[in-house]
Write a protein that binds this ligand. Sequence first.
Ligand code: DX5
Ligand code: ZN
Length: 231
Amino acid sequence: MFEQVQIAPSILSANFMSLGSEVERLERAGAGMLHVDVMDGHFVPNLSMGVPVVKQLAKTTSFPLDVHLMISNPLYQLPWFLEAGANLVTVHIEALQNEEEVRKAYEMAHNAGVKFALSVKPKTPVSEIASFIELLDMVLIMSVEPGFSGQSYIEGSDAKVAEVVQIAQSAGVSPLIQVDGGIGLKTAPIVCAAGADVLVCGNAVCGAPDPARALQDILSVAESARKEALQ
Ligand code: DX5
Ligand code: ZN
């Protein structure tokens, strides 16, 4: 658990023509990390960005790079992203075939000194990752079907956040809990009240006319909801 909620703006909604200055602006605005959505057109229907973008970002910013791998064959490509400069890699449990593959992915990240997270799609129960909770630096709960930004938050996703909190508490660990999809002013308080630490915001921040302002507004409602829930 972070002391404070963090926003991870997703550059999927950023203006790629001025990515460098957008990233600087988000850093100055108080974002905690940069969310990089990698899509292969197979695990999800869309294609987005890959290793070259991560490499360039790592060269130009000291911002932690949170790389969300929506790809079918993560064990094959994971080493490329680790080498490219990811600080945290998230792999989907649905893309790993068995327990051995999960452990292999964890070891690859761990040996490279990179933080490791598992993600569940909206229809995947949290119980799928429960037995790996001790390996995880973060759990990512998808609150939309992965593939596109600008979708609406799937109601009830906060219950999955609360479930992760329970599983982690019983295991005596405290991985970060990230939520991704349809997070903005209305939904940030809901997931933060349930225990979310990191909010991925695409459209609500990078797509806003004033991203810095949008980020601060979301942070403020998220923090209040978290404080209230902890009281
Ligand atoms: C969707 C991606 C998200 C996306 C979020 O598959 O994983 O990170 O960029 O975008 P918003 O916040 O607009 O739902
Ligand atoms: Zn994402």
